[in-house]
Design a protein around this ligand. Structure first.
Ligand SMILES: [Zn+2]
Length: 254
């Protein structure tokens, strides 16, 4: 049995019941659990934890706290860390994502804005395969399943708080500071493959009447052959961008 004093900072409080938020609380644990086991018991995703202090000295996930120790947990997005973090954001900018099965709409929205957002909906690959894929590929696993993020194979992961796809998109853009990388018309919404510019001549047969004379720039997905042009998703995309990207954090007007 271990009795420990615990304190979670910033966004990690999202995972705690109200009585434990933003304060130090005392909790008893059976046996001599590791820090990782404590996090999993409390349903806090380890990939969101950047730093753990045990009585003010940094420890890792395998550390087994002593009786009466005080543990402090800091998230990745907390910028004033007092020591070297265990986790950071992926080094590449923008990061590449792998989305959980249930986040298909968010995956399409991210691709619409040009981000590499892999999604394996069918057949459902299962938690073990998703975690391994994200870890092996160095992708950030986006999910609303905390147990999936508790798997050791997940290196970079983030629990998406919002439930509506548009709010999820705004949340991911904010958390990963992606606004400067938004690049519409660069990736197929269905296949997640970069689009290639193509001559209007080459795709004339695939275009609705009148489109060819109204637009000059066309793009094609090399995987599925789908053709994109400014008119095809432009109005819808522009509305989304206005709402989510430009309007983030303030009123939607600009
Ligand atoms: Zn495609």
């Amino acid at each position: 049995m271990r009795t420990l004093w615990l304190r979670f900072y910033a966004g990690l409080n999202d995972f705690l019941p109200a009585r434990w938020k933003q304060r130090t609380f005392k909790l008893g644990f059976l046996g001599r659990p590791t820090v990782r086991e404590i996090l999993v018991q409390l349903n806090v995703p380890p990939p969101e934890v950047a730093l753990i202090l045990a009585d003010d000295r940094p420890v890792d996930f395998d550390y087994r706290p002593e009786e009466g120790e005080r543990l402090s947990f800091y998230p990745i997005f907390y910028h004033l860390l007092p020591a070297e973090p265990l986790h950071t954001l992926p080094p590449e900018r923008p990061p590449r994502f792998l989305l959980d099965t249930h986040l298909g709409r968010l995956a399409r929205y991210l691709r619409m804005l040009g981000f590499d957002a892999e999604h394996l909906p069918d057949p459902d690959p299962g938690d073990a395969a998703l975690a391994r894929r994200a870890g092996d590929d160095g992708r950030v696993l986006l999910t609303r399943d905390r147990r999936l993020l508790a798997r050791k194979a997940v290196r970079y992961g983030y629990f998406v708080r919002a439930t509506s796809p548009r709010e999820q998109l705004a949340e991911v853009l904010d958390r990963f500071e992606l606004h400067e990388f938004v690049n519409p018309f660069s990736r197929c919404m269905c296949c997640n493959v970069p689009l290639e510019p193509v001559d209007a001549e080459a795709v004339a047969a695939q275009l609705p009447p009148g489109i060819r004379t109204h637009y000059t720039e066309f793009y094609r997905c090399p995987a599925c052959g789908r053709v994109y042009w400014e008119g095809s998703h432009h109005a819808r995309m522009q509305r989304l961008i206005d709402q989510v990207v430009r309007g983030s954090g303030s009123s939607a007007s600009h």
